[in-house]
Design a protein around this ligand. Structure first.
Ligand SMILES: O=c1ccn([C@@H]2O[C@H](COP(=O)(O)O)[C@@H](O)[C@H]2O)c(=O)[nH]1
Length: 237
């Protein structure tokens, strides 16, 4: 019996136009990685590019981080699902009613995408949370928002790999832990704060690793992807 490939690396296509994104995508293979389309590329290139990536066989994470009133977010989630993507997300800080509306909007849809909630952005540290009125540590805030998201029926969360071990222990094997802020040892952190290497993330129990600039801005993106694959090879179940 042949098993379906389930690539754990999600390449973040943070480009300002479709052309450079497609130049990289043509060198990639859907059995090796999934693709993430975020706010920049989606705003520049629109839903047709997303459909093109889906038609090319890639699992696409549409990372638009919806955060609005429940009715608006539910409708946006349904529209996103219509593009045939593999995963979509909302901000957990939108609260229970919004998270429930998002989950209910997808319930019963054929081939509904995985719905995950962004907890605390990987670019934030404790002082940033304090400034917006959150006195929890990032770890506490991530844990609390994850419990809320799970309670509302979401399939997983976006968190940093630094919180992944505690979440994996509490929420068990099937819960999705999608971790950006991945930096191979020695790579620049850029604007990321709560970072981890690919191996650290997998060891902590991350189900998926979101990786952008370490691949897209590498002199040889394919070689960078191959190095990351080798680093985690044999560590995944
Ligand atoms: O907490 C979050 C949520 C989303 N992201 C997104 O992931 C990629 C990371 O890109 P790098 O170039 O590897 O830093 C980017 O598209 C973010 O929008 C995140 O970093 N943190």
């Amino acid at each position: 019996m042949s098993s379906q490939p389930d690539p754990r690396i999600i390449v973040a296509l943070d480009y300002s136009a479709a052309a450079p994104a497609l130049t990289l995508v043509r060198r990639l293979d859907p059995t090796r990685c999934r693709l993430k389309v975020g706010k920049e590329l989606f705003t520049a290139a629109g839903p047709r590019l997303v459909e093109q990536l889906v038609s090319a066989g890639f699992g696409v994470f549409l990372d638009l981080k919806f955060h609005d009133i429940p009715n608006t977010v539910g409708a946006a989630c349904r529209a996103a699902a219509g593009l045939g993507v593999w995963m979509i997300n909302v901000h957990a800080l939108g609260g229970r009613a919004m998270l429930t509306a998002a989950a209910e909007a997808l319930a019963g849809l054929p081939n509904a995408p995985h719905l995950v909630a962004v907890t605390v952005l990987t670019s934030m540290r404790a002082a940033d949370l304090l400034e917006v009125g959150v006195s929890d540590t990032p770890e506490e805030a991530v844990e609390r928002l994850t419990r809320l998201a799970r309670d509302c029926g979401l399939a997983g969360v976006v968190c940093s790999a630094r919180e992944a071990a505690a979440l994996r222990a509490r929420h068990g094997p099937g819960f999705l832990l999608v971790t950006p802020g991945i930096r191979p040892a020695g790579d620049k952190a850029h604007d990321q704060v709560r970072i981890a290497t690919p191996a650290e993330a997998v060891r902590a129990g991350a189900s998926h690793l979101v990786i952008g600039r370490p691949i897209t801005q590498a002199p040889d993106p394919l070689a960078a992807l191959t190095r990351i694959e080798s680093e985690i090879e044999g560590m995944l179940p």
